[in-house]
Ligand binder design. Sequence first.
Ligand SMILES: Nc1nc2c(c(=O)[nH]1)N[C@H]1C(S)=C(S)[C@@H](COP(=O)(O)O)O[C@H]1N2
Ligand SMILES: [Mo]
Length: 197
Amino acid sequence: MSFITRGFAGRGRRTDTRIPPGQHEVSDWPVLTAGPTIEVPTDEWTLTIHTEDGAVRRWNWAEFQQLPMEEPQLDISCVTHWTRLDMPWRGVPLDVLFDGVRTEHAHVMAHSYGDYTTNVPLAELLGGRSWVMTEAFGEPLTAQHGGPARLVVPHLYFWKSAKWLKKLVTMPEEEAGFWESRGYHLHGDPQHEERYG
Ligand SMILES: Nc1nc2c(c(=O)[nH]1)N[C@H]1C(S)=C(S)[C@@H](COP(=O)(O)O)O[C@H]1N2
Ligand SMILES: [Mo]
């Protein structure tokens, strides 16, 4: 009895520091999409970075595969209160994609195939804090989870992690994306429960 109590207490202490306030841990991976699942064949997929200088970077699928990939284990928190710890991903850090890109702009709008958008400060996409992922759990990302490639910004609520990523467009001022213009917080930090604006 005391062994079980200690076991649960120890597990509680471990996760308490990693589960943001108002969240509970799950072991599955819910699918959340506003609208239909988008099917983007890899031979039609491109990712583009737009700045005040125009379309300054573009990769097709084959070119994207040549970029250096990382395999981070990330804790993901959705504003609908689930948190999944230690998800194994594979993708290209945005530091690599933005390497050598010059812009005066401090904000980015991520655009998906199918018109979803979400805004993130540029600085928060850099410094090892976000990736364009092509795999999760050792498998290519399924269409329902945003394959062939999705943004993942693990320190912000999961609505910032645009599925079916198509374009990253820098902006001089902060503008609201799809959910941000429908009541969600402009920033979305789970540690500070920035759920609604
Ligand atoms: N293109 C696109 N990206 C999206 C969404 C969406 O509807 N369309 N939903 C967002 C929300 S609200 C969440 S919680 C996560 C869900 O990702 P998942 O279905 O892989 O769990 O994707 C985010 N990215
Ligand atoms: Mo969400």
